[in-house]
Design a binder for this molecule. Structure first.
Ligand SMILES: C[S@@+](CC[C@H](N)C(=O)[O-])C[C@H]1O[C@@H](n2cnc3c(N)ncnc32)[C@H](O)[C@@H]1O
Length: 268
């Protein structure tokens, strides 16, 4: 219980500090991902939905265009405020936001049609429990959709990858292996409708910036040292490399690959 409380404090600290910079980045860059997940869970005009750990409303704002009603739920008041502002600016009226814990959703069993979440499972103490909550709140035939980073099932890779992630963001708990998503879906009575993997190149500096660190900061230096050391054998599965030099200049921009799993299931 104490560790759960500490984890929530870490989440609120991280996403209060970065509400603006992370919120701007997520809203601007994840539109296509949100639309893809909406198609995968067959979002339609009669559906009532929840986007848990919604952050700045990344999924909720897009889903609001497809469903009857959606609730964005998050633990961090500052980022919910960012979400409310974005919804007001877009004139969206069929969505509400609520402060709450994704590990205990404030919805009755089978009361919704869709439960979705993006880039959040790696912040929970117990990801399986959250997937169980998503399955609980949707009705039979309802859909659950998740998109998140994932890892191969390799202990050494997982150790190093998660160590780098936690240096960058102390509220990171653990990135799941792909097989874990699939087994948690099965364990909670969710028949997989579709899975998909996407890779996107990311700048290391920007990745650190949206988590609140810049060159010269201790987390930046330590994460960069470990990321660079992992280049020769890709020991952390970030696929890091230096971008090709432009205009004959030095090739020093460190980039890596963000590998995202999309998974949609139906409650049987
Ligand atoms: C990396 S952000 C992702 C936000 C958004 N889903 C997106 O894709 O841009 C993680 C979010 O999870 C929220 N969060 C972490 N643990 C949570 C919990 N137990 N319950 C609800 N929200 C939580 C944080 O406040 C933060 O907004």
């Amino acid at each position: 219980m104490e560790s759960q409380r500490q984890q929530k404090d870490l989440v609120r600290e991280q996403f209060t500090r970065t509400a603006q910079i992370f919120g701007d980045y997520a809203l601007a860059s994840r539109v296509e991902e949100a639309e893809r997940l909406a198609r995968m869970v067959k979002a339609s005009g009669s559906d009532r939905a929840v986007d848990l750990a919604c952050g700045p409303g990344t999924l909720a704002l897009r889903f609001a265009r497809h469903v009857r009603w959606i609730c964005g739920l998050d633990l961090t008041p500052a980022i919910l405020e960012r979400a409310r502002r974005a919804a007001a600016a877009e004139g969206l009226a069929n969505l509400d936001f609520a402060l709450g814990d994704a590990q205990s959703l404030p919805f009755a069993d089978g009361s919704l049609d869709i439960a979705v979440t993006s880039y959040s499972l790696h912040h929970f103490p117990d990801a399986a429990r959250t997937i169980g909550e998503m399955a609980r709140v949707v009705k039979r035939g309802g859909r659950v959709g998740i998109l998140d980073i994932f890892l191969p099932a390799d202990h050494a890779i997982s150790e190093l990858n998660n160590r780098i992630e936690r240096i960058r963001d102390a509220s990171h708990t653990r990135t799941l292996a792909r097989e874990e998503f699939e087994s948690h879906f099965a364990a909670h009575g969710l028949r997989i409708l579709e899975t998909r993997v996407e890779e996107n190149a990311r700048s290391f500096d920007h990745w650190m910036l949206v988590a609140g660190s810049k060159p010269g900061d201790r987390p930046y230096a330590e994460a960069r040292r470990l990321m660079e050391a992992s280049i020769p054998n890709d020991a952390a599965w970030f696929h890091p490399r230096f971008a090709p030099a432009e205009n004959g200049g030095p090739a020093r921009e460190l980039i890596f690959t963000n590998t995202t799993l999309f998974i949609a299931g139906e409650k049987i």
